[in-house]
Design a protein around this ligand. Structure first.
Ligand SMILES: Cc1cc2nc3c(=O)[nH]c(=O)nc-3n(C[C@H](O)[C@H](O)[C@H](O)COP(=O)(O)O)c2cc1C
Length: 311
């Protein structure tokens, strides 16, 4: 990389060495990708979703490949916050990357329990709230689809998060994502991440049954990238820019050019998800590629690129 290029970014109150994170659920709890790449090269790391109690997740099959993507219905399988603290946090704490714990739950109380348990831990930089979960107290409607619910959950968690950064992760399965983003920001979100997966279905035409045991799953990968870029730009313009709220953009990022598109659209940082299954360690190549793009295009700092969409 050209020495003159500065690829560090500001992400809210954090200063990150570069704008590349790994996305929740695609890189385990801590250092599972360690044999494929130097995890310390990342700007940020996000754990898979952690809940208050351990969860086995959904029945299998729970992933299926599609054209240019995949569907997953993992069902939040995880070891629960107590085992996470005991077994995984010590590994996470040794990382140079800013560590975010992704939090999920079935009730607002469950989210608050997990966040409160971790809020004073110096090993983490903040939380990413996965609000694409069904709210069992409200007829299993996803938390992230109704502005009033987003307000309620964000403000409850914000109180529990103390000084830690609170990033709210938006689902694209809504009529107007900017309205949801605005609700999260008004309720105290320090950052927004988008997008989570799109609910989708694949059918086995021999059995005429859905391939996934859960019937539906979340679509991710290159297939969703142009929609994700559009939604990042919309949220940047309509909810984030005026308030100085940073966006973590994701959805189908596979190359440095993909990452640069998200940054131009308004993301201060990006996360790599499904692409890590095809090429573990591609996040490191993306970091190098962003530096090369800047050098080749006379851009001294990647910060200049954020939200620089013309026309
Ligand atoms: C196998 C798999 C598991 C995932 N698990 C989680 C999760 O636990 N929590 C979460 O917030 N998002 C989860 N996601 C969503 C990703 O973090 C990301 O938002 C989405 O996949 C879009 O990015 P991508 O196309 O680069 O994968 C998961 C995605 C995949 C493919």
């Amino acid at each position: 990389m050209a020495a003159s290029v500065d690829i560090s970014v500001e992400f809210g109150k954090l200063r990150l060495g570069n704008p590349v994170f790994t996305a929740s659920g695609t890189c385990g709890y801590a250092n599972e990708l360690g044999q494929f790449m130097d995890i310390d090269c990342l700007g940020g790391f996000i754990t898979k979703s952690i809940t208050a109690k351990p969860r086995k997740g959904n029945a299998t099959p729970r992933i299926v490949e599609t054209d240019a993507g995949m569907l997953n219905a993992i069902g939040l399988a995880n070891i629960g916050v107590e085992r996470f603290i005991e077994e995984k946090l010590p590994i996470l704490g040794k990382m140079k990357a800013a560590a975010f714990v992704n939090v999920a739950g079935e009730t607002i109380e469950e989210y608050v329990t997990v966040v409160a348990r971790l809020a004073n831990d110096e090993r983490i930089a903040g939380f990413e709230l996965n609000i694409s979960c069904p709210n069992v107290e409200r007829g299993a409607i996803m938390f992230g689809t109704i502005p009033e619910q987003v307000t309620e959950i964000t403000s409850a968690v914000k109180k529990a998060a103390g000084q830690k950064m609170l990033m709210v992760k938006l689902t694209p399965s809504v009529t107007d994502i900017a309205v949801i983003a605005q609700a999260a920001v008004d309720a105290g979100a320090d950052a927004l991440s988008l997008i989570n997966t799109f609910t989708a279905m694949v059918i086995d035409i021999k059995t005429r049954r859905p391939v996934l045991a859960n019937r539906t799953g979340g679509l991710s990968g290159p297939a969703i990238k142009p929609i994700a870029v559009y939604l990042v730009n919309k949220v940047y313009n309509e909810a984030a820019k005026a308030r100085g709220i940073p966006i973590l953009g994701m959805g189908g990022i596979r190359t440095a050019s993909d990452a640069v598109e998200f940054i131009i659209a308004g993301a201060s940082a990006v996360a790599v998800g499904t692409a890590s299954f095809i090429e573990p360690g591609c996040a490191a190549k993306i970091i190098d590629g962003i530096g090369k793009y800047c050098a080749e295009n006379g851009i001294a700092s990647v910060k200049e690129l954020v939200g620089s969409l013309q026309g």
